[in-house]
Design a protein around this ligand. Structure first.
Ligand code: BG6
Length: 613
């Protein structure tokens, strides 16, 4: 998720671009850049780091231009540095492009263009587009057509803007999967990834839909359909939101926004990585170490907080499908336990931020002991990815709420992709089994969207009812035991209620003493291989008057008889169920915290990433 802005009009574009970038910095903040045109030349300035560093770099730049585009980056391909920052340009530095999204087939297009003599400067997927447009411009001599023909060749998601010295009186924009608005002004027009960037200048906007391309001039614009190249009439709408609401996408808190972003973030984690025909997954970041993983004596998953819980689910997945022994470690304990590591051990370090001190230090420890060290991270170019041999980016986009939500489900999807890839390589699962898993993975975004939509009002009601509780117990078995831990952690993190997650059977060996008519007990019980066992554990809670809130599948009447509330989730494969069963628990903790007046996005005593020991 990156921030995009563009201006064409009579005013000096630069200050408008820089202020706009400051406004959309919450979308991505690892590098920023602008491109303007004056005296028939393209002027590109870009810098790794916050927008403020770009502003400082441009201080004293008195060049004036009436057209320009600007970008603030959330890296996906190519580490955050000055070169990989956007805008990117073509061989002749005549075409500049900014992009929000992922070009899935960039590598094959790049190879083709290199054979034709194009010189590339960056590691990004986006730069390919600048050269592809250059190639088609030579044929069409028309910027709009060159962009359209280029987009017909690419696969993936984009919100993008292009300017060129050959036609300095227009900005070409296009959308597929990433948001883009046109801001309508008097003798000037704007483009942006969202209205936050332009709200100071206009409240008249046109929202581009997927598959639309538009040409923006200072005195007007037209929009056409990419495939059929037919003109589309667009309605101008009034922005009614204020800035803070826009940054939160109309949600009250970033956490709620990020919970609702999960269908898209899960889609991005899988984007370009599933091979339906072969029934497997392809993770380019692990290409060089696949054999090491396949032949690993042991896989160790290391992390902190929510990332450690993701590791626990990964343990179940990898042992069941890839049949490799797995251990899961708290990073802080792992470091000081003088761990026994072998050369053929593979250690994955799971971290959303990629900066958590304990996890980064545990990586150094494991490296010194000769293990293969791999990262599963969200922030591209952060410490852990840079220190590990290879790894997988989860592409969940920026996660601002301190309590991790979409990063957790994307970590689980990434672990499922790794499991599928290794299991198919090891032939511990057949092609048809792999194809079924791919099919189920591809159905997840829709199922997650359904769970959010169907359970929100019920969960909100349950939160109201239990908001005065002082203790909560979460129970689950197998794949859903880590979900019980994560559900309890979410409640602790943001509503400050004491909560414990437990393997449902383990309850009998202690926590059952806590259960009485005041104890809410959340039981995660989808119809998987442990269902019957969980049902009897729920019986044990019920006979002690525990207040049962069950998370169960739609066709489960039995559990209604035992529970005060039943939150329904769709059926899926056992090892993917945690991606669905955690959603209502994220919502429960959220609405409990809101009801209790807690600071949801910045809960007390916590930090998004703990970079100290
Ligand atoms: C904590 C965060 O500081 O660190 C948690 O509040 C997070 O949400 C944990 O799970 C680990 O962070 P990371 O970035 O290493 O996954």
């Amino acid at each position: 998720m990156c921030g995009i802005i563009g201006y064409i009009g009579k005013k000096n574009a630069l200050p408008i671009l820089l202020e706009g970038l400051r406004r959309v910095e919450y979308r991505g903040y690892d590098s920023a850049g602008v491109a303007t045109i004056s005296e028939d030349k393209l002027h590109v300035t870009k810098k790794a780091g916050k927008v403020a560093e770009l502003v400082e770099l441009m201080d004293g730049n008195n060049s004036s231009s009436e057209i320009g585009i600007g970008h603030t980056r959330w890296a996906t391909h190519g580490i955050p540095n000055d070169i990989n920052a956007h805008p990117h340009w073509d061989c002749n530095q005549e075409i500049a492009i900014i992009h929000n999204g992922i070009i899935e087939n960039f590598s094959s297009i790049k190879t083709k263009l290199q054979r034709e003599g194009h010189q590339f400067e960056t590691e990004t997927d986006t730069e390919v587009l600048a050269h592809l447009i250059e190639r088609f411009y030579q044929k069409t001599n028309d910027l709009y057509s060159a962009v359209r023909l280029s987009l017909l060749e690419v696969k993936g998601a984009y919100g993008l803007a292009i300017i060129s010295t050959r036609e300095p009186d227009k900005i070409i924009v296009a959308r597929k999967g990433s948001p883009l608005v046109i801001g309508i002004g008097e003798g000037e027009n704007f483009i942006a990834s969202d209205a936050a960037a332009i709200i100071d200048h206009t409240r008249q906007v046109v929202y581009l839909e997927d598959g639309e391309v538009a040409e923006i001039r200072r005195d007007g614009f037209f929009t056409r359909d990419l495939i059929h190249d037919e003109e589309i009439d667009k309605e101008i709408e009034e922005i009614t939101f204020d800035l803070e609401q826009i940054e939160k996408g109309g949600y009250e808190h970033f956490m709620l926004k990020e919970i609702h972003e999960q269908p898209e973030s899960i889609r991005n984690t899988m984007r370009g990585r599933l091979l339906e025909e072969e029934g497997t997954a392809k993770l380019g970041g692990l290409d060089s170490v696949v054999e090491k993983i396949v032949n690993a004596r042991r896989i160790i998953l290391v992390g902190c907080g929510t990332s450690w819980h993701a590791g626990l689910v990964g343990e179940y997945m990898l042992e069941q499908y890839a049949q490799i022994p797995v251990e899961v470690e708290y990073a802080s304990e792992f470091r000081y336990r003088n761990p026994i590591l072998y050369k053929d051990d593979v250690v994955f370090f799971i971290s959303q931020s990629g900066e958590t001190f304990d996890t980064a230090a545990a990586l150094q420890e494991a490296k010194q002991r000769g293990a293969t060290c791999l990262g599963i991270c969200n922030v591209v170019g952060s410490t852990i990815p840079r220190a590990s041999n290879s790894g997988v980016y989860i592409h969940a986009g920026p996660e601002i709420g301190v309590a991790s939500t979409k990063a957790f489900t994307s970590q689980l999807v990434a672990l499922a992709l790794i499991t599928l890839m290794i299991a198919r390589k090891k032939k511990t699962i057949r092609k048809d089994e792999g194809q079924q898993i791919v099919k189920e993975l591809l159905s997840l975004p829709e199922k997650v969207a359904k769970v959010i939509e169907a359970t929100t009002s019920q969960v909100r009601y349950i939160a109201e009812e239990f908001s005065d509780a002082t203790n909560f117990l979460y129970l689950g078995r197998g794949y859903n035991f880590p979900v019980a831990l994560e559900g309890a952690l979410k409640l602790k993190e943001i509503s400050y209620i004491h909560a414990e997650g437990y393997p449902a059977a383990e309850m009998k060996h202690g926590p059952i003493a806590l259960i009485d008519h005041n104890m809410p007990v959340v039981c995660i019980a989808p119809k998987d291989s442990t269902y019957e066992k969980v049902l009897s554990n729920i019986q044990e809670v019920r006979v002690r008057n525990g207040r049962i809130i069950a998370v169960a599948n739609h066709d489960d009447e039995e559990i209604s008889k035992l529970s005060e509330h039943v939150i329904r989730i769709p059926q899926t494969l056992d090892f993917l169920a945690p991606i669905l069963s955690i959603i209502p628990l994220q919502l429960l903790s959220y609405y409990m915290a809101v009801k209790r007046g807690c600071n949801v996005d910045m809960p007390r005593n916590l930090a998004k990433s703990v970079t100290v020991e």
